[in-house]
Write a protein that binds this ligand. Sequence first.
Ligand code: NDP
Length: 326
Amino acid sequence: RTYHDSDADLDVLTGRTVAVVGYGNQGCAQAQNLRDSRVRVVVGNRDDDYRARAVHDGFEVLGIDQAARAGRIVLLLIPDEVQAGVVAEQIAPGLGAGDTLVVASGYNLAFGLLDLPADVDVVMVAPRMIGEAVRDRYLRGAGYPCLVSVERDVTGTALATALAVARGIGATAAGAIESSAREEAALDLFSEQAIWPTVFAVLQASYEVLADAGFSDEAILDEMYLSGEPAEVFARISEMGLLEQLRVHSRTSQYGQLLHLERSAELVGTLRDRFARILRGEILSGRFAAEWSAPGADTESRIRALLDRAGTHPLIAAERAVRARG
Ligand code: NDP
């Protein structure tokens, strides 16, 4: 179901301080939106640039542990990969019976990585929008997509709290969707591990074929993405629908696209098998999370090694050369 402003009562937050932990992309936007919704907000951050920015924006800024003690509702807006450690050491000790922890992404809850006291409510309010746009759309009175769920309801009021927070950050203006941490995390990981690598692979294979046929790097890359045309196509897809947007393409383009879509049935079958293996074997089984979030895993060097290997594809060298030529 979809929750609208009329389902959410901001008065639920009256007299309850909201601690926004982390003043980065989401924290900065959500803290300001909540304050403009007349919610009492304190910010928890380490002593660095983000802290200075929160002070500059007029917030009372505390250490993370102090903020967790001060807030009856704690918004966990620090990167997913550091949440388990920060929660265990600095946040859990400050949470009291009946407090609410709010996450903006389902990952750590879905894979059981947060060690939380048994007497706190746990909810998810997960904007599907970058922080800057969360702020900008709130100021314009426009909503944005957001997933909401109750993961643990000790008080019996967890949903009311989640919806009040969602409304306070402007997420119910266009309707927030009922979901779960598991669903949110699985869909996120699926698009990261199935959809986008396949798009990269399509571009790599296309480059190999087109460069081999003797076409210039400039022309190939402009055709594939440097012109920005795919961004325009995706914008039309979101506005008009997958098939409807074909109307803005030439007749030749429409015919070619539809003809070869029909001839791709075998490819769809291959991808379906591969994607099902990724979804079940890697994501829902918790295998990916166990590997990526293992305590002490050297995530930075893993990313660097993969990035170095991906950078050896000729498409990347061609892109660099074309960019350098301006
Ligand atoms: P950011 O990377 O912007 O968060 C930075 C904040 O986290 C800063 O305040 C930073 O403080 C703090 N931080 C980083 N590392 C640590 C640490 N080890 N200990 C304490 N504080 C730390 O995060 P996002 O806003 O992008 O993401 C926050 C949450 O929102 C995540 O759960 C994410 O999945 C979710 N989300 C993000 C979206 C986005 O568009 N970015 C969209 C929807 C949800 P410091 O300067 O001290 O490092």
